[in-house]
Ligand binder design. Structure first.
Ligand SMILES: Cc1cc2nc3c(=O)[nH]c(=O)nc-3n(C[C@H](O)[C@H](O)[C@H](O)COP(=O)(O)O)c2cc1C
Length: 199
C-alpha cells in the first residue's frame, strides 16, 4: 500500500477494543517525531502531549468524576460512573493539547489549534502504520479547566483530543463508508463562477 493509499485507509478503532501491548517506547518516539512535523505557523511549537497508561487512567477517571461533580453537583450516579470508566476504555491515552499564546498578534489562536490537530492526525496515521489502533475522543472533560489543571495544562490551553491507542483485541468493525469527495470540492475560476453555480 503506498503512502496515499495509507492515508485513504485511515480509520478509527473503537476505544474499547484497544488493549495491550501499548506502543513500545521506540514506536512512541517515532509517532511523536511524526507529530513534530506538523505544520506550525511562526514555529511556535505549541504542542503538549501527556501520556497516560496503567493506573494513571483510573486516576484520570477520578479527576474527571470530580470535575463533573463540581460543574454539575446534580450529576446522576450513572453519568459519574460513565465518566470514571472513560479513560479505562483503552490501554493508553495521549492527551494532545496546544499551549495557546493569546498575545501573539501574528498567529491567531485558531492556527495554533490547527497545528495541534495536524499533529494529532499525524499520530493517528503513524499509530495505524505501526499496527496499532487509535481514535480521537473528547467529551466535556477535554474542555474542563480542572481536568486541564490536573494534567498540568493551563486553563487557556486547548486539549485537541484524547488519542486512545492500543493493539486491537479483536477484528475491527467495518470502516465507515467515506463520502464522495466531489460533493465537497469545486473549482473557483473567479467570482462569476459562484454566480453560475447558483443558477
Ligand atoms: C477533535 C475530535 C473529537 C472527537 N471526539 C469524539 C468523541 O468524543 N466521541 C466520538 O464518538 N467520536 C469523536 N470523534 C470522532 C472519532 O474520532 C472518529 O473520527 C469517528 O468515530 C469516525 O471514525 P473514523 O475516524 O474512522 O471516520 C472526534 C473527532 C475529532 C476530530
Amino acid at each position: 500500500m503506498d503512502f496515499v493509499d495509507q492515508l485513504i485507509a485511515r480509520r478509527s478503532a473503537p476505544a474499547l477494543l484497544l488493549g495491550a501491548p501499548v506502543p513500545s517506547e521506540a514506536d512512541l518516539a517515532r509517532v511523536f517525531r511524526a507529530a513534530m512535523a506538523a505544520p506550525d505557523h511562526g514555529g511556535l511549537k505549541p504542542w503538549r502531549f501527556v501520556v497516560l497508561r496503567g493506573e494513571a487512567r483510573a486516576k484520570l477517571g477520578q479527576v474527571m468524576v470530580d470535575a463533573l461533580k463540581k460543574k454539575d453537583p446534580a450529576s446522576e450516579a450513572e453519568a459519574l460512573e460513565r465518566e470514571r470508566n472513560k479513560p479505562l476504555r483503552s490501554a493508553m491515552i495521549v492527551a494532545v493539547a496546544v499551549s495557546i499564546d493569546p498575545e501573539n498578534k501574528k498567529i491567531p489562536a485558531q492556527e495554533q489549534i490547527v497545528s495541534g490537530a495536524c499533529a494529532a492526525h499525524s499520530m493517528l496515521l503513524a499509530f495505524q502504520a505501526l499496527g496499532y489502533g487509535s481514535v480521537m475522543l473528547t467529551g466535556p472533560a477535554a474542555y474542563n479547566p480542572d481536568v486541564k489543571a490536573a494534567l498540568g495544562l493551563k486553563a487557556s490551553d486547548a486539549i485537541v483530543a484524547f488519542v486512545y491507542v492500543g493493539t486491537p483485541k479483536a477484528e475491527l468493525p467495518a470502516a465507515r463508508t467515506r463520502p464522495d469527495y466531489s460533493q465537497f470540492v469545486r473549482e473557483w475560476t473567479g467570482p462569476e463562477s459562484i454566480a453560475k453555480a447558483a443558477e
